[in-house]
Design a protein. Structure first.
Length: 341
C-alpha cells in the first residue's frame, strides 16, 4: 500500500476549551452560558460568582490557553505539519461558532480539534463534539469538517509531567515526613447519572494509578472529587476532597499533597476549590497542604499534542498509551458518554 494511503489531510488545528470570564462584567453572562438548561439553583450560581470575585472576575483559563497556543506554535507551524492554530470556547469569547466561521472564511476545509480535557464523559467529551456540530450548523455549508483528537488520560505525555510535578511537590516536604505524606488525586465530580454512561471514573483511576506508580506512592494515594454543583439530593462521584481532608485529620496525617490530575491547567476550580477552600480547611486542621502543579505548558505535554496530531494524520504512527486500558478510540460509538436517567 502506498504510504499516502495511510494519511489523512488536515489544514488546521482547532483548540477547543471551556472558556472563562476576564472581568467582573463577564461573570454572570458567562455563568448563564455554562448553566443554561441545567437544574442549578440560583443560590448556587451566586455562590460561584462570589468565587470569581476573589480573583477580580478573571478566570485563568483563557490566558492559559493563550500560553498553550504560544507553546504549540513552534512545533505545529514550524514543523512538517505547518498547521495554523485556531481557538474556540464553549462558554466565552472567543466563542466556538465565531472561530468556525473564521476558519470557513480562511478557506479551512478539514481540521483536527484538541479539546482541553483528558477524559471521557458527557461534559468533557461528547458535549464538546455537540458544540462543534452546532457551530458547523450555524456557519452552514462552508464550515470545515472537524475531527476530535482522542482522549489522552493515559498518554505518556500526560502521565509523565503529572508524575514529575507530584515528585516536585513531595520534595518540598521535609525528608523526615515525606514518606508519611498522603496524596489526593483530584478531579471534577460529575453526577452518577453521567458517570454510569461513560469511562470517566475508570480513566481517572487509571491515571492516578499510573502517576502514583511512577512516583512510588501507590500505597498512600486516593482519588477524590471536587467542585460538585446541583441539587444535594442528586448523587455525585465521591469522596469529596473536603471530607477526605477531615478523615486524614482523624488519622493524624500531617502532610497532604493534592495533585489535580482532572485538569490540564489551573482553572478556577483549582484556584478556589483547592488553593483557597481546601487550603483554609487544612490550615484550620493543622495539616500542611502542598498543591502539585498541573501539566500546563510542560514541554512533554506540548510534544504529546504534536504526537496526537501526527498519529491522526498518519495512521501508521504508534498510538502511545500506558496501563491496561490502551489508547482511546478516535471515533466515538453512538452510545458513548450518554447520560442515563
Amino acid at each position: 500500500m502506498d504510504q499516502k494511503d495511510h494519511k489523512t489531510s488536515y489544514d488546521a488545528l482547532l483548540l477547543v476549551s471551556f472558556g472563562g470570564p476576564e472581568g467582573m462584567d463577564d461573570v454572570m453572562p458567562f455563568l448563564e452560558n455554562v448553566l443554561r438548561g441545567k437544574n442549578v439553583p440560583a443560590a448556587r450560581m451566586e455562590a460561584v460568582a462570589q468565587h470569581y470575585e476573589h480573583f477580580g472576575g478573571v478566570s485563568p483559563i483563557n490566558e492559559q490557553n493563550r500560553k498553550l497556543i504560544a507553546a504549540l506554535k513552534p512545533i505545529i507551524q514550524d514543523s512538517d505539519l505547518k498547521l495554523p492554530i485556531y481557538w474556540g470556547n464553549r462558554n466565552w469569547h472567543p466563542l466556538l461558532t465565531d472561530t468556525v466561521r473564521q476558519m470557513a472564511h480562511d478557506g479551512i476545509k478539514r481540521a483536527l480539534a484538541f479539546v482541553t480535557s483528558a477524559y471521557s464523559s458527557y461534559s468533557s467529551c461528547r458535549q464538546y463534539q455537540e458544540n462543534i456540530r452546532q457551530a458547523q450548523a450555524a456557519v452552514g455549508a462552508t464550515a470545515p469538517q472537524i475531527d476530535k483528537i482522542r482522549s489522552f488520560y493515559n498518554h505518556p505525555g500526560f502521565i509523565e509531567p503529572n508524575a514529575e510535578n507530584l515528585l516536585q511537590a513531595l520534595e518540598s516536604i521535609p525528608m523526615e515526613r515525606r514518606q508519611a505524606a498522603q496524596i489526593a488525586f483530584s478531579a471534577h465530580s460529575i453526577p452518577l447519572s453521567m458517570a454510569s454512561g461513560c469511562e470517566y471514573a475508570n480513566q481517572l483511576l487509571e491515571t492516578s494509578h499510573l502517576v502514583a506508580e511512577l512516583v512510588g506512592c501507590s500505597n498512600r494515594s486516593q482519588l477524590v472529587y471536587q467542585s460538585r454543583s446541583g441539587s444535594r439530593t442528586q448523587p455525585w462521584l465521591e469522596p469529596n476532597i473536603l471530607d477526605h481532608i477531615t478523615e486524614l485529620k482523624e488519622k493524624a496525617i500531617s502532610d497532604l499533597i493534592i495533585a489535580p490530575i482532572g485538569f490540564i491547567s489551573d482553572h478556577m476550580e483549582v484556584l478556589y476549590d483547592l488553593d483557597t477552600e481546601a487550603k483554609e480547611l487544612c490550615d484550620a486542621l493543622g495539616i500542611n497542604l502542598v498543591r502539585a502543579a498541573t501539566v500546563g505548558t510542560h514541554p512533554r505535554f506540548i510534544k504529546m499534542i504534536k504526537e496526537l496530531v501526527e498519529e491522526r494524520i498518519d495512521n501508521s504512527q504508534n498510538r502511545l498509551a500506558l496501563g491496561y486500558l490502551g489508547p482511546s478510540h478516535d471515533l466515538c460509538p453512538p452510545d458513548c458518554c450518554l447520560v442515563t436517567s
